[in-house]
Design a protein around this ligand. Structure first.
Ligand code: SAH
Ligand code: SF4
Ligand code: F3S
Length: 473
């Protein structure tokens, strides 16, 4: 039994990062059994979900879509906001019921919620039917924990530590067209509202050559796109002995010739000119940047510990727009941070009006236990916060629609990913600028980058038609 410890999770030492070979349990003990996996949270968690699937399948299991038919249930959780918690605990109610009828089912909880002291304690005290709790630092131990698990017992193994870097991690990738590639784990920014530095450990970069090798292998397998993942991709390399930074990595990955390269998330602090230059220079680095603003008020930005001012954000934003042709920029914004006044909020709206973002994810501040902001005085009523969110969303949606309208009648390259959910006769994909397009084209285009003429624009998607090059007779 190892329970998480918030104080320990906060520690940052000068200790060197250890690079380790991912251990894999060899066993067929679960042959023929079914697993049910549900993942909540960010792209990084989705990618962890692909690792979890690889581990379960290595034990002989296959996936199922229904909770009721599963022998092993895994919830890969997120802790970013309270509603993420509510969803998981709501789901646990269903699982508790199921366990009464089928006590032999093994229930496992992993991901960022497991890393929280209060959650681990609650699982221990009130949810004894949960058999295995593992954290973000020991996903690779899930296999051995399952082999040792007993129906009526609970094992909690969660470590609050800075973390290591594991190489040659197996993944069961959800797509054979696009792939996620971790470049830097953890976060050292400690924005005052955010739980991630506590749940994911310190910033630790993978070695450049390992990342390039992984991208080369993906290219060899026919992948068209990789997304480089990190809570702060532009912090890449600062912890490495080698003198490399994100712009060097971008360049090396671009040189592999993989058709499309994306990256998330970029922190506005320390996003260098060199990085912008490389994005502009290589055609296979997509002109799309997710650049979270969080707030447009300097006073709130300071309270958030974001390390930049409104002016610095705007200068960076303009530089990106100027240097990277056709770049699309999206953002994240939090409303109702403790002490946010109407004036602060209006400053956020001002920045939105100036930047005219291609899109944004907007949130109401959610206090996370153990973070500094959770202890700040917050006397704005929830109704006021909700009203601000609504006002913000109206402006955001207007600009997304406007940004989309600019595409009408243009011909743009689209990587086709599959059959459209809305219309089975159509396919869907993304432009280089990350716009979702439903395309009138045959299913043979799936996995290819095709030219699409945009015929219509909605707030959150585009419609288009494949345009074939005129053949010469
Ligand atoms: N590393 C990324 C963010 C990851 S979390 C970055 O720094 O940009 C994704 C988004 O969730 C954040 O950008 C923020 O807008 C939001 N978020 C994080 N903690 C939150 C909290 N306590 N309450 C509300 N929103 C939060
Ligand atoms: Fe959270 Fe800030 Fe780190 Fe992003 S940069 S993960 S918001 S602490
Ligand atoms: Fe959630 Fe953890 Fe990602 S808290 S957003 S799953 S890093």
């Amino acid at each position: 039994m190892n329970l998480p410890d918030l104080k320990k999770a906060k520690e940052r030492t000068k200790n060197k990062v250890e690079y380790k070979e991912n251990p894999m349990v060899e066993s067929n003990s679960f042959l023929g059994k079914k697993y049910f996996l549900r993942t909540y949270g960010c792209q990084m968690n989705e990618h962890d979900g692909e690792q979890i699937e690889a581990i379960l399948e290595h034990l002989g299991m296959s996936p199922c879509d229904e909770l009721e038919t599963a022998d092993v249930i895994v919830l890969n959780t997120c802790a970013i906001r309270e509603n993420a918690h509510d969803k998981v605990f709501g789901y646990l109610g269903r699982i508790k019921h199921l366990k009464k009828e089928r006590p032999e089912v093994l229930v496992c909880i992993g991901g960022c919620m497991s890393q929280e002291e209060s959650v681990a304690n609650e699982l221990l005290k009130r949810h004894p039917y949960v058999n295995i709790v593992f954290g973000t630092h020991n996903i690779h131990e899930l296999g051995s924990m399952l082999l040792e698990a007993k129906t009526g017992s609970q094992d909690i193994e969660v470590y609050s530590k800075e973390g290591e870097v594991y190489e040659h991690v197996p993944y069961k990738r959800a797509s054979n067209i696009t792939a996620w590639v971790n470049i830097i784990y953890g976060c050292d920014k400690f924005c005052t509202y955010c739980i991630v530095p506590y749940t994911r450990g310190k910033e630790r970069s993978r070695k450049l050559e390992e990342i390039v090798k992984e991208v080369e292998e993906l290219k060899e397998k026919g992948y068209q796109e990789v997304t480089l993942l990190g809570q702060n991709v532009n912090a890449y390399g600062h912890d490495l002995e080698e003198n490399v930074e994100f712009s060097d990595l971008l360049e090396e990955v671009a040189k592999t010739g993989i058709p499309r390269i994306r990256f998330v998330t970029s922190h506005p602090w320390n996003f260098t000119e060199k990085m912008i230059e490389k994005i502009a220079k290589y055609d296979n680095i997509m002109p799309y940047i997710h650049l979270p603003l969080q707030s447009g008020s300097d006073r709130i930005l300071k309270l958030m510990g974001r390390k930049y001012t409104k002016e610095e954000y705007l200068t960076l934003f303009k530089k990106m727009k100027e240097k990277i042709p056709n770049v699309a920029i999206t953002t994240d914004i939090i409303v109702g941070f403790p002490g946010e006044t109407e004036e602060d909020f209006l400053e956020t709206l001002e920045v939105v009006n100036e930047c005219k973002f291609d899109g944004a994810y907007t949130f109401i501040f959610s206090p996370r236990e153990g973070t500094p902001a959770a202890k700040m005085k917050d006397d704005t009523p929830l109704e006021v916060k909700e009203e601000r969110l609504q006002r913000l969303n109206e402006v955001i949606n207007e600009y997304s629609k406007k940004a989309n309208l600019k595409y009408v009648d243009k011909v743009v390259p689209v990587l086709i990913l599959g059959v459209s959910e809305k219309d089975q006769n159509k396919v869907y994909g993304y432009t280089d600028t990350m716009k979702l397009v439903n395309v009138d084209a045959s299913k043979e285009t799936i996995g290819k980058i095709i030219d699409v003429k945009i015929t219509d624009a909605k707030s959150f998607s585009l419609d288009g038609q494949e345009t074939k090059k005129e053949s010469v007779h």
